[in-house]
Design a protein around this ligand. Structure first.
Ligand code: 13P
Length: 246
């Protein structure tokens, strides 16, 4: 079984100096969460700087987005090979902010997942329902559709080699968190969609995770780690969350 993964999505926050300072603080204290794989996802522009700070550390580096294309005339995009060369091990794909604010559809998300694996990055596929979909009782249908789009593109074995993060859209940045039982139920359904090959696949929960609510989420048997947004911008809080996974 892989180590539990605690991933910090910094989103579009922080100056270069702040990114370096945060990475430094994490490196200084990473010994406090041995047994957990930490990964941080700084803004693209700061990846190189943060990669230098992480040299010699066990903290992994990830990107928040990746182009589905190889090299070419794609203004403003960053390829999977470029991310790999910069020191990334992971990339998020299909984060709900990319889906809702930047029009990423299931097909493009599947292509990004494929592009990431082609360059030896571990894709973290983000899935989750909106508040409206939840109120209409569509949660499990939405999750299945988002996951099956990737499965159809890359095949079940490759899907199982990635990481899946369940991030209910209504819980992101709102302070509202899915109850442990709700999150566990969705994780069981994801596990079932993956079939026997998905027993060892890391399934993360994300959405307003904090040190004050992480322990009960992480106690659920199918929650293998967390994808943390706001709380990952504070080194102490992020490390505290990771310690709850040990
Ligand atoms: P918050 O933890 O700020 O709710 O963000 C979650 C998230 O979107 C992580 O990718």
């Amino acid at each position: 079984m892989a180590k539990p993964l605690i991933a910090g999505n910094w989103k579009m926050h922080g100056t270069a100096a702040e990114a370096v300072a945060l990475a430094r603080q994490l490196v200084k204290n990473e010994h406090s969460c041995a047994g957990v794989q930490l990964a941080i996802f700084p803004p693209t522009l700061h990846l190189g700087l943060v990669a230098s700070e992480l040299s010699g550390s066990a903290i992994a580096l990830g990107a928040q987005n990746v182009s589905e294309h190889g090299p070419g005339a794609f203004t403003g995009e960053v390829s999977a090979d470029m991310l790999k060369e910069t020191g990334c091990d992971y990339t998020l794909v299909g984060h709900s902010e990319r889906r809702t604010l930047f029009g990423e559809v299931d097909g493009a998300v599947a292509d990004k997942f494929k592009a990431a694996q082609r360059s030896d990055l571990v894709p973290i596929l983000c899935v989750g329902e909106t508040l409206q979909q939840r109120q209409q009782g569509l949660t499990l249908d939405v999750i299945a559709k988002q996951i099956n789009a990737v499965k159809d593109k890359v095949g079940i074995e490759n899907l199982c080699r990635g990481v899946i993060a369940y991030e209910p859209v209504w819980a992101i940045g709102t302070g509202e968190v899915a109850s442990p039982e709700e999150a566990q139920l969705v994780h069981i359904v994801i596990r079932e969609l993956l079939g026997p090959g998905g027993i060892g696949t890391s399934l993360l929960y994300g959405g307003s995770v904090k040190a004050s609510n992480a322990a009960e989420l992480f106690a659920e048997p199918d929650i293998d780690g967390g994808l943390v947004g706001g709380a990952s911008l504070e080194a102490d809080e992020f490390l505290k969350i990771a310690q709850l996974m040990t």
